[in-house]
Write a protein that binds this ligand. Structure first.
Ligand SMILES: [Mg+2]
Length: 418
């Protein structure tokens, strides 16, 4: 049946712990599981005395307020055998949402998480001699995704990928993720909305599984408007003092990128044009964060500075140069282009989630790290200018292309952090 409780409570069967009369049964509302996706459940119990209606009303109110939902339908019949029952229709409330998350992906155990979902705080236990890195990323409907373009599992995947990519860029090992999710009332009350959440969590859960990162907590709420709002916090760790920063680049260092560039922009343009790309490569819908490459860069002490390419090469390189107080030249011919990508998309297209890193010229950087291709694309130079150099040695200024998420969406601006 729809509702079960960990310790007693109605489950719609004759063995209900309410069998002795609902007034005599105390159960903890907080321990209820809302398992029926339709949100309908039966409360059943026997009552030989008066007052059960009052008790039902009290339970209903509690459920309503705890779950943030809406009670519908009737309850409170008393049969001639003294069995009282009621059926309530409950919209998916926060409690159910939390239970869905917990049941779906919050169960993975981890050494780093001493205490996960279920208490007021999570308790983390970073490895000895490590320091803790934290990053937070919004995924907002209309800014970072559209429900009519992005499948729900892609939204979940990308939300986590954004955080993992930042963790990877610092060379850290992901230790725990925290998810905050606000859903419009209309979705919380509909079967389609529940389905969307399940798919969203599946996408997020698959990527979490791939990188062994447990979901250790978060928050849920009804969104004030009609858009889905997601925030992900990622916690990672590196050996003390070993994290890769943007500021470590020096004049003469070589610049490298992982994977290929511009593929995400190509796929996004396709989505905007109503085309879903077939096949396995989906650099926009399902980007692969380069966490393993980051870990190797730290372990083998290969890189002097790094950043992930969330906003596009031109913009993110400018961030790295600014923090390292250097300029850079980018070799146009050497840029690894993603499938179907043009130079402009490789330079300015955002959300490739590849890594850009610098390494001293004397360091031998392998062509493949952790199974991912690594390509030299330029070097750091004196000054503050960033130059694009073509095959004839012609130099032109490379200005940050300023990736704005969904420029196609009117009025939508970027929420990228700097
Ligand atoms: Mg970043």
């Amino acid at each position: 049946m729809a509702v079960s409780a960990q310790t007693g409570g109605p489950d719609g069967t004759e063995r209900s712990t309410l069998a002795n009369g609902i007034q005599q049964c105390s159960f903890d509302i907080a321990k209820f599981h809302f398992e029926d996706p339709s949100g309908t459940y039966l409360i059943k119990g026997t009552s030989g005395s008066r007052g059960w209606q009052t008790k039902y009303a009290l339970i209903a109110r509690k459920l309503q307020s705890r779950a943030g939902g809406e009670k519908r339908a009737k309850f409170g019949h008393l049969s001639d055998r003294g069995v009282c029952w009621g059926v309530m229709k409950q919209r998916m409330g926060e409690l159910e949402l939390i239970e869905t998350i917990r049941a779906g992906i919050g169960r993975r155990s981890s050494q780093a998480v001493a205490l996960g979902i279920g208490d007021d705080c999570a308790v983390l236990r970073p490895p000895k001699g490590h320091e803790v890195l934290v990053t937070t990323d919004f995924s907002l409907e209309g800014r970072h995704f559209r429900r009519d373009w992005h499948p729900a599992d892609s939204v979940g995947h990308r939300a986590l990928a954004r955080g993992l990519s930042d963790i990877g860029a610092m060379g850290a090992k992901p230790q725990a993720a925290f998810l905050s999710l606000a859903m419009p009332a209309e979705m919380m009350g509909s079967r389609a909305g529940r389905h969307w959440v399940k798919q969203f969590l599946q996408g997020l859960g698959r990527l979490a599984e791939e990188f062994s990162v447990p979901l250790a907590g978060g928050d849920t709420s009804q969104a004030p408007g009609d858009q889905v709002l997601v925030d992900i916090v990622l916690v990672g760790s590196t050996p003390r003092g070993r994290s890769l920063r943007r500021s470590g680049g020096r004049v003469g260092d070589m610049l490298y990128v992982t994977g290929a560039l511009g593929g995400a922009a190509v796929e996004l343009a396709g989505l905007a044009a109503g085309k879903r790309r077939r096949g396995s490569g989906h650099p926009h819908l399902y980007p692969v964060p380069r966490v393993r490459v980051g870990l190797e860069l730290v372990r083998r002490r290969l890189a002097s500075a790094a950043i992930d390419l969330s906003d596009g090469l031109s913009t993110d390189l400018a961030h790295l140069c600014k923090e390292s107080r250097v300029g850079a030249e980018v070799w146009q011919d050497r840029l690894p282009l993603g499938a179907g990508a043009k130079l402009e998309q490789a330079l300015h297209g955002g959300e490739d989630y590849e890594l850009l890193f610098a390494a001293p010229a004397r360091v031998k950087v392998p062509a493949v790290i952790a199974g991912t291709a690594v390509t030299p694309v330029g070097r750091l130079v004196r000054g503050s200018g960033i130059w694009l150099v073509d095959r004839d040695g012609e130099r032109r200024r490379l200005k940050p292309g300023g990736w704005e998420h969904f420029r196609a969406i009117k009025g939508a601006g970027s929420t990228e952090k700097q």
